[in-house]
Design a protein around this ligand. Structure first.
Ligand code: BJW
Length: 290
């Protein structure tokens, strides 16, 4: 986990304790009513597991955090990615232009994410789900992350909006394969184990459709939730960026957690400025009265 006392990383902003308590009260009311909590997470939620955020991928702090992770020899590949814009790599056009570069990048991320561990923010969200279920309510977690850290932290209901780094599909047969080996894939694009056809990661690139069943689940959660949480996302990529506003429009209480202001911040009920790995456990502690 990155060391936030390191000189090149920003210090934590002051914690808004009254806002933490207001957030916990809104969640408590939702649990008492056996209501639904809907959550959308983004890359900021995994930042403290040492995974660089998407738009901060090449920012100095992200690079430093990534390079320091376990003195990882894979970190030597950072300069290769630093010459490329992640937004251009995460498109069908980027893949068509340079399938080797794009699949090498995803394999590098796959290996980093396999090594990463859930952080206290992930664990707090798993605990929130347990509390909701114990109260007879529901907690629906939608993540834009492709790292499976929510599932590994114990969350049961995790909807992957943008797919997974660990599933790759045969470009000719569409057959999907789980790639969980920590070794580099070695050939780029990697060949499918059964047919030898080239594969791509089962992630959702710009201009591609999100899985329809996940969109349906999101529409349902947005329509039924009484609390909506937007955590560690820049809230600029649609459709995920639109969920909070849609939930607010029908009267849900919206809580945002982010290090920085986002396009959502001005219109939410509570915006908590800081690290999700610090603030989410505080909300759970307030909820439990500890
Ligand atoms: C912390 C922190 C800490 C850091 N604690 N916080 C409506 C309007 C306009 C455009 C569109 C629209 N509907 C659709 C579009 C087009 C497009 C889109 O949204 N474009 C926008 C850029 C304008 N959307 C699509 O194409 C989507 N498909 C679609 O809608 O299909 C139908 C359709 C097709 C064509 C036309 C119209 C409709 C698909 C979007 C797929 C996005 N895919 C990616 C790549 C996935 C694979 C991969 O990871 O490589 O998903 S792009 C990238 O952005 C990735 C992320 O999941 C996603 C969101 O990023 P995220 O998670 O928010 O990360 P960051 O880095 O941006 O932000 C991190 C945040 O954390 C920051 O705010 C930090 O401050 C914060 N933070 N540390 C708390 N410790």
């Amino acid at each position: 986990m990155p060391d936030h006392t390191a000189p090149n990383l920003p210090p934590d902003p002051p914690i808004d304790e009254p806002a933490i308590h207001r957030a916990a009260e809104a969640i408590r009311r939702c649990l008492d009513d056996r209501g639904t909590i809907a959550i959308v997470t983004g890359a900021g939620c995994s930042a403290e597991s040492g995974i660089p955020t998407f738009r901060g991928f090449f920012a100095a702090a992200g690079n430093e955090a990534a390079a320091r992770l376990d003195n990882d020899p894979d970190a030597v590949e950072l300069p290769l990615w630093a010459n490329n814009d992640p937004i251009a790599l995460a498109t069908p056009q980027g893949f068509a232009r340079d399938p080797e570069l794009v699949t090498r990048w995803y394999d590098w991320r796959r290996r980093r994410c396999l090594k990463a561990k859930p952080n206290p923010g992930h664990l707090a969200l798993a605990e929130l789900e347990r509390l909701a279920h114990t109260a007879g309510g529901d907690c629906e977690l939608f993540t834009q992350n492709i790292d499976r850290l929510h599932q590994r932290s114990g969350s049961q209901t995790v909807h992957e909006l943008h797919g997974s780094l660990y599933r790759w599909r045969d470009l000719h047969t569409n057959e999907e394969h789980e790639l969980l080996n920590p070794e580099p894939l070695g050939t780029y694009p990697p060949p499918a184990p059964d047919t030898g056809n080239p594969m791509r990661p089962c992630v959702v690139w710009f201009g591609e459709m999100l899985p329809p069943e996940v969109i349906r689940a999101a529409e349902h959660a947005v329509q039924s939730c009484t609390v909506f949480m937007s955590i560690g996302t820049s809230a600029v990529v649609y459709p995920a960026a639109g969920f909070a506003e849609a939930a607010a429009d029908r009267g849900a209480f919206v809580i945002e957690i982010n290090l920085e202001p986002t396009p959502l911040s001005a219109s939410v009920d509570i915006t908590l400025r800081g690290r999700s790995a610090l603030l989410l456990p505080k909300i759970i502690a307030a909820l439990n009265g500890t």
